[in-house]
Design a protein around this ligand. Structure first.
Ligand code: SF4
Length: 324
């Protein structure tokens, strides 16, 4: 049994000495551990408002059979299957340059370039635009840097921190006359330009952006560099939430589609912090062998994971842990 120390109030101006601990005192008993592993949810996870709004717009389309989704609305198999059941057609993200045969085209939250938008309109397509406003903000920032802005102070060569070939990055760079995509500090070089502009894919990790920006500055001391931070707040909230969660848990369960980049990154971040992580798509993927009695299990999900899937995983996880 532990004895509580009685609080003492020192006289003004007198500091209390630290209590002395006898080297012969018995060791403190360990903190009691719960009989079962516990589950802690990340404070921010799952759908961001951009994906949620895009999905709400799609679900409200009166005649889905006349509409082609321009890529994948959400990187989640169950949502994609639901949209196909409703009658939507879709083109692969890699085929977005081809013009769909339907009369209407639904632009996903990742957005498209203005050039591509004009091509679709010229082909007579009606556009249902669900581009996230924060993607649009990043797009506007990139084109402003490239054009020299309202004061026309001279265009910049634009560096986009992000993943090469990602649909959002393709949309961001599609209108830029001069750009490079930078995935890591290793990609950075000395660019033969006096004026550089830097923006980020909205879902970039803050720590990656900091490292890459420092590498750009170090490799280009001659350049006037303008940086516009276009990482979106929902991404930032999820990054902060996973760091706090990893402080408290011993193992992590990450819920999301296998093709979801941000879901994979959550699992990767756990590995970087030395926590085992299990990337699952739904409750059926859980395995009791992953957990030990003393574990504190963290639960998080990518931005394309619906709330009902997260809730179903939490329920199954609690049942599985309690039955052990
Ligand atoms: S991740 Fe950010 S930018 Fe992308 S859709 Fe969600 S809120 Fe918008």
């Amino acid at each position: 049994m532990r004895h509580k120390a009685h609080a003492r109030t020192p006289a003004p101006g007198i500091a209390l000495a630290a209590p002395r601990v006898s080297p012969f005192a018995p060791p403190e008993p360990p903190e009691p551990r719960s009989a079962h592993p516990r589950v802690l949810r990340a404070q921010a996870m799952g759908f961001c408002f951009g994906v949620r709004d895009a999905l709400a717009i799609a679900r409200a389309v009166p005649r889905p059979q006349d509409v082609t989704i321009h890529g994948q609305l959400v990187h989640n198999e169950s949502i994609t299957a639901e949209l196909h059941r409703r009658g939507f057609a879709s083109v692969d993200e890699a085929d977005r340059d081809a013009s769909p045969t339907s009369d209407a085209v639904l632009i996903t939250a990742h957005g498209i370039s203005n050039a591509q938008r004009r091509r679709l309109e010229a082909a007579g397509k009606t556009l249902i635009d669900t581009t996230c406003p924060l993607v649009r903000r990043a797009h506007d920032a990139a084109t402003r840097l490239a054009s020299g802005g309202p004061r026309n102070s001279g265009g910049r060569h634009v560096l986009v921190i992000g993943r090469r070939g990602h649909v959002e990055v393709l949309g961001l760079t599609g209108d830029l006359p001069s750009f490079d995509v930078v995935e890591s500090p290793r990609d950075v070089r000395n660019y033969p330009h006096q004026r550089l502009g830097v923006v980020c894919q909205t879902t970039s990790a803050d720590r990656d952006v900091e490292l890459i920006l420092a590498a750009i500055r170090a490799a280009n001391p001659q350049a006037d560099i303008a940086f516009v931070d276009t990482v979106c707040q929902p991404t930032r909230d999820r990054q902060e939430a996973i760091e706090r969660l990893l402080d408290e848990v011993t193992v992590l369960v990450v819920v999301g589609g296998k093709a979801s980049n941000n879901t994979r990154r959550l699992a990767d971040r756990a590995a970087e912090r030395g926590r085992p992580a299990h990337h699952i798509q739904g409750p059926a993927d859980l395995d009791a062998a992953w957990f030990h009695p003393a574990d504190v299990v963290g639960l998080t999900a990518g931005t394309s994971t619906p709330d009902d899937v997260i809730d179903a995983v939490e329920l199954a996880l609690n049942r599985l842990l309690e039955s052990r």
